[in-house]
Ligand binder design. Structure first.
Ligand SMILES: NC(=O)c1ccc[n+]([C@@H]2O[C@H](COP(=O)([O-])OP(=O)(O)OC[C@H]3O[C@@H](n4cnc5c(N)ncnc54)[C@H](O)[C@@H]3O)[C@@H](O)[C@H]2O)c1
Ligand SMILES: O=C(O)C[C@H](O)C(=O)O
Length: 370
């Protein structure tokens, strides 16, 4: 399996600005001087950006005025595959966020939408809807503690999707992802428009963390070249990094497996505690969501071999929703991979997390029927 989702990030740092010699440039008029290419698109998306496929997709970010939403919107504005970027929030400042982001000199046209009355206009004709709306954790809280507020927010927003753009790919970021994705599925089923291929819970931040922490532990200079599948769900022990499937191939002592698994599982809590009550991961999440959205758009564009981990309807285990690698294509998820061969540590960890994951899924489904 290729690790296509990291391709954009691998190109970060390969900024191909032409360096203009100050001695020679001082003799040139601005018209004669070679134009330095310091393009944002070039920086993030390399060859697939400038001169690459033309912008064609309409993307909405719901919760765009928030910590994740604002940064994510700026990243999405830089994606050359995006023709239109719609920013929605219940907070009126989202119009200002849209004005701000719109000044970035890329092709995407940006507009802001506020409140229930404008949700439909925001969603009309969207190809991809990304949902980071909802409250974040504070120290001492679990992701499940957010269910009471976020379940209703996700239900309302997905009802809007079902009514207005039922064929869009939906990326759910709002926690608890283990339950909010089943909630979204039930909403779509109620509206007769559920397509399992188009509903994806975003667990890509867990993969980013795994790459970062494994690269540091093993002395790999470039974390983007490391691949660690992360399976299961997105909370505590339901997050299961498959260190035995790490590429480049490397071995881990039992102590390393235990320490790295625990750090990846608790990466979110690490940030929540470091922020001391001011929220959870926003910047790394925005980067993860932008990479993941790019993978979805590349799939929609007809690129082949786009694999990424995501929390989707799955038969990989007895849990009806489960994260493994999935193949992204023109209709969303084209194939859901299995777990692959697990180490005995991973087998035990999988067995012991399944009851929690199944309970979270049931809680999400029951929310729509209570
Ligand atoms: N999946 C992941 O890996 C991951 C990672 C980080 C955070 N999260 C989750 O993402 C969510 C957002 O986090 P954040 O830090 O951006 O929070 P935030 O509070 O900074 O932003 C949330 C935004 O959602 C908006 N919002 C609330 N209700 C809304 C509604 N009905 N419609 C539209 N917008 C609405 C708020 O006005 C706010 O602008 C949280 O639930 C957090 O737990 C998930
Ligand atoms: O930890 C959180 O509450 C936010 C997010 O799920 C994360 O993993 O960073």
């Amino acid at each position: 399996m290729s690790n296509a989702v990291g391709a954009a990030a691998r190109r970060v740092g390969a900024l191909r600005a032409q360096v203009v010699d100050p001695a020679s440039s001082s003799r040139q008029t601005p018209q004669e001087a070679p134009s330095a290419r310091v393009g944002l698109v070039d920086w993030f998306f390399g060859a697939s950006g400038i001169g690459g496929k033309r912008a064609s997709f309409t993307v909405a970010v719901l919760g765009a005025a928030g910590g994740i939403g604002q940064t994510l919107s700026a990243f999405i504005k830089a994606n050359p595959k995006v023709a239109e970027l719609r920013l929605y929030d219940v907070a009126p400042v989202v119009r200002g966020v849209a004005a701000d982001v719109s000044h970035v000199n890329t092709r995407a046209k940006v507009s802001g939408y506020v409140g229930d009355d404008e949700l439909e206009a925001c969603l009309r004709g969207c190809d991809l809807v990304i949902i980071p709306a909802g409250v974040p954790r504070k120290p001492g809280m679990s992701r499940d503690d957010l269910f009471g507020v976020n379940a209703g927010i996700v239900r309302t927003l997905c009802e809007g999707v079902a009514k207005t753009c039922p064929n869009a790919i939906v990326n759910i970021i709002s926690n608890p992802v283990n339950s909010t994705v089943p909630i979204a599925a039930e909403v779509f089923k109620n509206h007769g428009c559920y397509d399992a291929r188009k509903l994806l819970g975003v667990t890509h931040l867990d993969v980013m963390r795994a790459k970062t922490f494994v690269a540091a532990a093993k002395g790999f200079d470039d974390p983007t070249l490391v691949d660690v599948p992360v399976i299961g769900g997105h909370a505590g022990t339901t997050i299961l990094p498959l260190l035995s499937q790490t590429t480049p191939r490397c071995s881990f002592t039992p102590e390393e497996v235990s320490a790295l698994t625990s750090r990846i599982q608790n990466g979110g809590t690490e940030v929540v505690e470091a922020k001391g009550g001011a929220g959870s991961a926003t910047l790394s999440m925005a980067a993860a969501a932008a990479e993941f959205a790019d993978a979805c758009l590349r799939g929609l564009s007809g690129e082949s071999g786009i694999w990424a981990c995501a929390y989707v309807e799955s038969k990989a285990t007895r849990a009806p929703f489960f994260a493994t690698k999935v193949l992204l294509g023109r209709n969303g998820v084209e194939r859901v991979a299995g777990t692959g061969t697990l180490s005995s540590y991973e087998k035990r960890a999988l067995e012991s997390m399944l009851p929690e994951l199944e309970a979270s899924i049931k809680k999400g489904i029951n929310f729509l029927h209570s």
